[in-house]
Design a protein around this ligand. Structure first.
Ligand code: CMX
Length: 433
C-alpha cells in the first residue's frame, strides 16, 4: 500500500494504542533521576517515546524490531517506509515512493543563490543547513496550520514537506560538494536511478564498477536513524514540538549533528587516521599504532571513533562498513589502519578504565571507505551523514504530529535549589540513623 494511504490506515490504531498505554498508568513512576544524571546531560533518563528505532546498549541499532545488520541490502527508500510504518514496502509502495521523490526533486532557484552567496571557506554543514532553512518558505505544514487545519490532520502536510526535503537534500548536498571543493559544474539528476545511486552520481565520484553507489546506499541505510535521544534527534523533536515545520526543525537538529562529539566525529576520525599515518611517516606497524594511541590517551586526548554515549558493544554499523571494506578494498592502506585500530584501541581504553564503551562506533570506519573512492574532503562527511539522517528525523516528526505529541518542556532547576534538596536529604538521613 502506498505510503500516504498506509499511514492514514495505521494512524488511528497508533493513537488508540498511545491512549491505552497512557491510561494503563498515567502516574506510574518509570524512572527516578539522580544527581549524576542531572549533571551528566540527562544520560539514560527514559523520558521520550520514539518508535522508529531503538538502540540497545548490547545490540546497537534496531529499526522497527529488525537489527540493522539484517537491513544492509535494503534501499534507503525502503528504510524510510519501514521507519514510518513498521513494515517494509511491497514493490508497488516502493515504486510509488520513488516516484514521489523524483517528482519532488525540483530545487528552488533561491537555494542555489543562497549557497552561492556564502564564502567558499564556509563549512559545508553551514551551507547545507542554510539551504534547508531557506526552503521553509515552501512549507505546506505552516500554510495549512495558518489556515487552521485541525491538529489531527497535520501529519499529512508534515509528510509532504518531508518528502520534498528528502527528494531535494541529496541534490543540494551534491551541489555543495561540487562547489565547495571545485569539482566542476552541477550534474543533472538521472531519475531512473534510486535515491542513493542518484546522489552518488550527482557527487561526480568516479565509479566504474558501481561500488561507490553501493557504498552510498549502505551509508544512507546505516545512518538513517538512531532512536530519539541523541543530540540531533532530540533537538529536532524539541523544535518541532513547538509546531515549527520540518525545515525549521531539521535545520536546527542538523546544527547539533555538526558538533564534534556527534556527527562531525566522522570527519575528525578520518583526520585522526591520516594524521597518525603522516606523523608516523609510513604504513604503521601494530606497535607504532599502539604507542601513538597511548601517547594521545596519556595527554588526555580522545581517540576519535571509539566510545559511545549509549552503546557498550562494537557498533554493528561499524561491522557493516568493515564487511564492505573487506569486500571492496582489502589492500587499502587507510582501511588497513582502521582494522589495526580495532585490534588495539579497545584494549587500551579498557586498560585506561575511563571510557564506559571502549568499542568502535560507526564513525571509526566510514571515512576510510569514502577516502578510498577519492572523497578525501573530510569536511564534507557530516553532510553525507545529514542526508541520511533526514530520513529518520522526518519519520519521527511525521509520527509525532500523527500522535499529537505535546510541546517538550522539561523543568530546569538552579544549582542553589539542588544544593538545598541534597542538604535536606542528607540531614534527613542523618536524623534517621
Ligand atoms: N578516547 C579517550 N577517552 C574517551 C573516549 C575515547 N574514545 N571515549 C570516552 N572517553 C573518556 C571521556 O573523555 C571521559 O573522560 P573524562 O571523565 O576525563 O571526561 C570518560 O572516558 C567517560 O566518558 P564516557 O561516559 O565513556 O563517554 P561519554 O558518554 O561522555 O561520551 C563520546 C561519549 C562518544 C562523546 C566519547 O566516547 C567520545 O568523545 N568519543 C570520541 C568521539 C567520537 O567518536 N564520537 C562519535 C559519537 C558517535 C555519534 O554520536 O554519532
Amino acid at each position: 500500500m502506498i505510503l500516504r494511504d498506509k499511514l492514514a490506515e495505521i494512524i488511528p490504531g497508533l493513537r488508540k494504542e498511545a491512549a491505552e498505554v497512557f491510561g494503563m498508568g498515567p502516574n506510574e513512576v518509570i524512572n527516578e533521576v539522580t544527581t549524576e544524571q542531572i549533571f551528566g546531560g540527562m544520560r539514560g533518563i527514559k523520558s521520550l517515546i520514539c518508535d522508529t528505532s531503538e538502540v540497545g546498549l548490547d545490540t546497537g541499532l534496531i529499526i522497527r524490531g529488525i537489527p540493522i545488520l539484517e537491513l544492509t541490502d535494503k534501499l534507503p527508500e525502503e528504510i524510510f517506509y519501514l521507519l514510518l510504518t513498521g513494515e517494509l514496502p511491497n514493490d508497488e509502495a516502493l515504486e510509488d515512493l520513488q516516484w514521489e521523490l523524483r517528482r519532488r526533486g525540483d530545487v528552488p532557484f533561491y537555494v542555489w543563490n543562497t549557497i552561492n552567496a556564502l564564502p567558499m571557506e564556509t563549512h559545508p554543514m553551514v551551507m547545507l543547513n542554510s539551504a534547508v532553512l531557506v526552503m521553509e518558505n515552501e512549507s505546506f505544514f505552516r500554510k495549512r496550520y495558518d489556515e487552521g487545519m485541525p491538529k489531527d490532520m497535520l501529519w499529512e502536510p508534515m509528510l509532504w514537506d518531508s518528502l520534498n526535503l528528502i527528494a531535494r537534500i541529496p541534490i543540494i548536498a551534491a551541489y555543495i560538494y561540487r562547489r565547495k571543493f571545485n569539482k566542476g559544474p552541477r550534474i543533472n539528476p538521472d531519475f531512473r536511478l534510486d535515491w542513493a545511486a542518484n546522489y552518488a552520481r550527482l557527487l561526480g565520484v568516479e565509479d566504474p564498477d558501481g561500488s561507490f553507489a553501493d557504498l552510498m546506499r549502505l551509508y544512507m541505510v546505516l545512518h538513517s536513524d538512531h532512536e530519539g535521544g541523541n543530540v540531533s534527534a532530540m533537538a529536532t523533536q524539541t523544535i518541532n514540538s513547538a509546531l515549527s515545520d520540518v525545515y525549521f526543525s531539521v535545520s536546527g537538529g542538523l546544527n547539533g549533528l555538526a558538533g564534534p562529539l556527534h556527527g562531525l566525529a566522522n570527519q575528525e576520525c578520518l583526520r585522526f587516521i591520516i594524521k597518525l599515518r603522516d606523523d608516523i611517516g609510513h604504513t604503521p606497524s601494530d606497535n607504532e599504532v599502539r604507542d601513538y594511541c597511548l601517547n594521545l590517551l596519556n595527554n588526555k586526548r580522545v581517540i576519535a571513533g571509539y566510545g559511545h554515549a549509549v552503546l557498550r558493544v562494537t557498533d554493528p554499523r561499524f561491522t557493516a562498513f568493515v564487511e564492505f571494506g573487506n569486500k571492496h578494498m582489502d589492500d587499502d592502506e587507510i582501511f588497513g589502519i582502521v582494522k589495526q585500530l580495532f585490534n588495539i584501541v579497545p584494549k587500551l581504553l579498557m586498560e585506561g578504565g575511563k571510557a564506559k564503551d571502549p568499542w568502535p562506533n560507526v564513525d571509526a570506519a566510514s571515512g576510510a571507505l569514502l577516502f578510498h573512492y577519492g572523497m578525501t574532503e573530510y569536511d564534507y562527511y557530516t553532510v553525507l551523514f545529514s542526508v541520511s539522517r533526514v530520513l529518520g528525523l522526518a519519520a519521527q516528526l511525521i509520527l509525532n504530529r500523527a500522535l499529537n505529541r505535546p510541546i517538550i518542556r522539561p523543568k530546569s532547576v538552579t544549582t542553589g535549589w539542588l544544593k538545598k534538596q541534597l542538604a535536606a536529604k542528607k540531614k534527613a538521613a542523618e536524623e534517621k540513623k
